[in-house]
Structures are given as structure tokens and as C-alpha cells.
Design a protein around this ligand. Sequence first.
Ligand SMILES: Cc1cc2nc3c(=O)[nH]c(=O)nc-3n(C[C@H](O)[C@H](O)[C@H](O)COP(=O)(O)OP(=O)(O)OC[C@H]3O[C@@H](n4cnc5c(N)ncnc54)[C@H](O)[C@@H]3O)c2cc1C
Length: 603
Amino acid sequence: MSDSLIDTSKMSTGERAALELAESSRDMRELSGFAASLFDGAPDFGALFPFPEQAAEDKAEGNVFLGRLRKFLEEKTDPDAIDREGEIPDEVMKGLAELGAFGIKIPGEYGGLGLSQTNYSRAAMVLGGHCGNITALLSAHQSIGLPQPLLIFGTDEQKRYYLPRCAAGGISAFALTEQDVGSDPARMKTEAVLTEDGSHYVLNGEKLWCTNGLKAFAMVVMARTPTAEKPHATTALIVEADWLGVEVVTRCHFMGLKALYNGVIRFTDVKIPVGNVVAAEGKGLKVALTTLNTGRLTLPAACVGLLNRCRDIAVDWSGKRVQWGQEIGKHGAIAAKLADLAADAFATESLVLYTSALVDADKKADIRLEAALAKLWGTEAGWRGVDATMQIKGGRGYETADSLRNRGERADPIERFMRDCRINTIFEGSTEIMHLFIAREALDPHLRRGAAALDTRKGMSERLKAALRAGLYYATWYPKRWMPLTRGIPSGLDPELVSGLANTAVLSRKLARSIFHSMARYGPKLDRQQLLLGRFVDVGAELLVMSASAARAHALGDENSLKLARYICRRGQHRCEALFAANRGAPDAEGYKLAAGLMGGGR
Ligand SMILES: Cc1cc2nc3c(=O)[nH]c(=O)nc-3n(C[C@H](O)[C@H](O)[C@H](O)COP(=O)(O)OP(=O)(O)OC[C@H]3O[C@@H](n4cnc5c(N)ncnc54)[C@H](O)[C@@H]3O)c2cc1C
């Protein structure tokens, strides 16, 4: 039987397998940090203030690289041509390698630049506003390809052998997805079997949509390594592309990211030395999830670059384009979009910088919630921002950059941006999966205390004892979630931000109480209430956005940042109230029944 906190005994086989696998790969540490305190209804602003400032030396080191990267991108790359031709020219690959862009975080001893997580995120911001294809190439290589898992889990030998090749421009990839495995790794078919002499694994299977797979010299492949006790065990293996039995079956093409070297990769009796296991046999999903914890920050960082660029284009156009007697930016409907663009760029940057600083302060920091919330909120904001910019630019937003250029107009690539960024809310954890992941983590403290009482797999006396323990705990926890206790708001803060944070604390307590009420109402069936949980997660995300933006604006101190943070706090408060209202009155159950009818053949 699984030691999962969640009672899976009444689930279907597929559901149980998916959930038990996810549970067994979770980080078992108790949640800590600012985001966790928001879901617990006791925001610890002391964990956020003062907003972590990048050390001067680290910033200067980053600035040198960012300056070179910017210059290279502006002078030596043509993102519209890359999009049009579906190829990244060899000179661009070579130039990026010479800059060290393939080994940004790889330590100097392995030939990399050895830059911090903050500087890596800043590089993703520069890339994200320029070229989605180059961003995806470098991000898939460094955030999920070989470097990140090897930096966390690699043996000295693996690091010495592979990292210098990665840093020098050897491209790597990460292969998890299969035909039947999207968000659910329990259905994985690719299998690695240990040889009798224990020296090798033999790998068979086929991976879908492997980014960089066409160019990679090596990839991290996730494979089943089932045992009698753990039939869904997975293992992460380093596989080199030129080994016998590794074959690129086809290149995949998409709506955007036209120059992604993404493909179907087949493995037929590929022999992999046991020394190429990452971490240990059976730890594959843990490797993937831990890698993604930090890896996930790259997408919102890239969205910061995208949002900054969209904001600049939208502001410029809104000031120049005159319709109905005035600049379109003076019409209320367009002005609101400009305000949101600027606010979302600032807010996403605040989330990414805050979480990156946590990693830089402690490589083992628990950023599960912060990184996931940044991914969820930042990629949705990126999509909203591009959509708003397209609306602001009207027909010119929908027109391709090449066509605009041909007509002698400024070739703003909004159409390309829209195609390229749509995938951000799907890969590296779709919005729906991020909602589930964050909800599971946010509920963890309650599950640890209360789940045993409701677990039908346990005996009655064990359940009663658990209920008593939980009752005692909640007898003090619950009343406190009604008390106006606010910790850690620093003195000297802008008065509007003080009230923004006070509202954050009120909403955080309401969030914790509402989660508690829902647990009491739905019991073990709460996980079925995906929309309800999703809205709780969205409230938590807004609260983190409000707090991080306020803290960063306070640290920056300029009027522009303060104005943005004040707006973000007010907007966040309204959004949270709307989300709570939706959880009270939205016709979720009716919608679910309607969908069930549709799936049953109705219309
Ligand atoms: C351009 C591109 C690049 C990629 N690069 C890589 C790569 O390098 N390596 C790699 O391994 N994979 C890669 N992928 C795969 C990508 O990570 C998957 O597309 C993603 O995991 C989602 O899987 P799926 O598309 O099969 O969707 P599915 O898992 O089939 O999901 C379909 C829809 O159902 C939703 N859904 C699924 N389960 C649930 C649930 N329990 N509750 C609520 N909603 C649910 C999803 O959110 C989604 O909206 C790439 C994909 C693309 C398109």
C-alpha cells in the first residue's frame, strides 16, 4: 500500500497510479517560506522584507555578460528570419557558444560562466523580449537538459565528463513526454532494464516533442524501471545521441517556435552504462520535479522580457495612433491595457527576482511554491500581455513583421510573439497542472494534520486519535485566522503600500479559512473540486504578486515603481474578491454536468 497522505482506495486504477506516483516523488520537507505563509493565513512579511537586493559584485558580473549578449542578439541575429526559415543559423549557434550562453550557470571549473540564478534569470529576460526560438534552445538545454539536473544530482564523474561539453556549446535535451504521457508520467512505456551483470541498462521506447532532440549530443531520458514493490518507478538516464539505437524519427513543427529543433526520438536496445543514472534508480521523477523547481523560473523570466517589449511597443503606438479625435492611449479601454501591461511586467519581474534570490542565498532553498506560482502567474500574464498588445496595435498587431516591413511600417513582431508564447502556459507544467501542484502543496500542512482522520485505509482507533490531534491543533489555529495579526511590515513604507499589505494579510486569512472550510465540507473529495482549488491558488498567486511587488518597489524607492506597486495591490485586492465571490456562486457543478453530457454524445 502507498504511504501517501491521500486516501486513494476509492479511485480508479489510472487515477490511483497517477496520484501515488506524484505523491511518491514529492519533496517531503514541510513547506516553509513566504508563499506558504500566505496560504496558511499568517503572512510573514519579515521573510520578504527587505526585498533581496542583488549583490553589487554579482550584478556587475551579470551586467558584463548581459551587455555582450544584448549586443550579439541585436547585431548578429534576425529573429524574424529565424522564424521565417525555421532554422537558427550555425553562426548564431557558434556565437552563442563563444559568449558562454550555453553554460551560464555552469561553474567555471567546468568551463561555464558560473553566473548566479539571478543573472541567469536576467539573461532569460533579455532573450525573452528578442527571440522565442533562441530562448527555447538555451532554456531547454540549461533549465531542463543536462546542466540543471547534473548540477543538483550529478556525480563528480558525470559533472567532469558532461558539463564542459555543455558549457562549450554541446546542446542537450530532456525527454519525458510520450504519446500517452503528457501530464501523467504513470503511463510511461519507455523502459530501461538492467543487464544481468549489472553494468548497463537497455533502453527501449519512444519520446515525443523532445526540444533540442535533433541537435543534442546528449539528453536526460526518463524511463520506467519497474520493481515488484514499485511498478511505476522511473529513472533518469543520460543518453548520448550517437549511441547505437538512438534515432530521430521525425522533426515536429508547431504554430510558433518555428526553429525549435524538436522531434520524436526512438530508443532501440540502447546500452547505457549504470554510471549514467542521474541520482539513483527509481528517483527519476524526483530528478524531474526537482530540476523543474528551479528550471520553471526561466519561462516567467522570459515572459518579463516579452512583457517589457510589448509594453514599450504598446505605449509607443498608443501615443502615436490617433482615432476618434485623440491618441488611442487616452481612450479608457486602451489605457487600462497599458496600465496592466506595465503592472504585469513589474510584477512578474518581482516574482522572478525574489525567487531567484532565494536560490542564490541557498541552493537547497525550498522554492516549490514560489517557482510554481511564478510560472503559473507569469506565463498567464505573458499571454495576456501579448494579446493586449495585439489588440492595441489592431490590424498591425495581426500582420506579420515581414509584411509590415514590406509596406514601410515599423516591423513590431507581435504576431510572432503571440505564436511563440502560446506554448508557455502548456509546457513545463500546464496551467491546470500547476493549479493542482500548488493546491496539493498548499494543502499539505492540513493533510499532514487531518488526512489520517478521514483515511478509510486506517483502523478506527488510529483515525479517532488523528481526529483528536487535529481537533486540538485547529482549536487554536482557526480562531487566529480571524485575528488581525500582521507581522513584519517595515516602518517607513509608503502608506498606500502599508494598506495594500494589510489587505493582503486580511485576504490571506480569508484564504486560509476558506481552504479549511472547503476541507471540512468536501473531505477527501476536495481534490475533485478543481475549479474551487484553482481559484484558491489564483488568490495565493495574486497575494504573492502584491506582496513581492510592494517589497520590490519599496527597495527601489522611485515614484514609478511605487505607482506600479500601488496599482498592483489595488488590482490584486479586486481580483481576489472576485475569485472568492466566484467560489461562492459560480455554476461549477452545472458546467461539469454539461461537459459530461457533451462527452456522452449530447450537444
Ligand atoms: C513545443 C513543445 C515543446 C516541448 N518540449 C518538451 C521537451 O523538451 N521534453 C518533454 O519531455 N516534453 C516536451 N513537451 C511536452 C510538454 O511538456 C507537454 O505538451 C505537456 O506536458 C502537456 O502534455 P500534453 O500536451 O500531452 O497534454 P495532456 O497531458 O494530454 O493534457 C491536455 C490538457 O488536459 C489538461 N489536463 C491534463 N491532466 C489534467 C488533470 N489531472 N486535471 C486537469 N487538467 C488536466 C492539461 O492541462 C491540458 O490542458 C513539449 C511540447 C511542446 C508542444
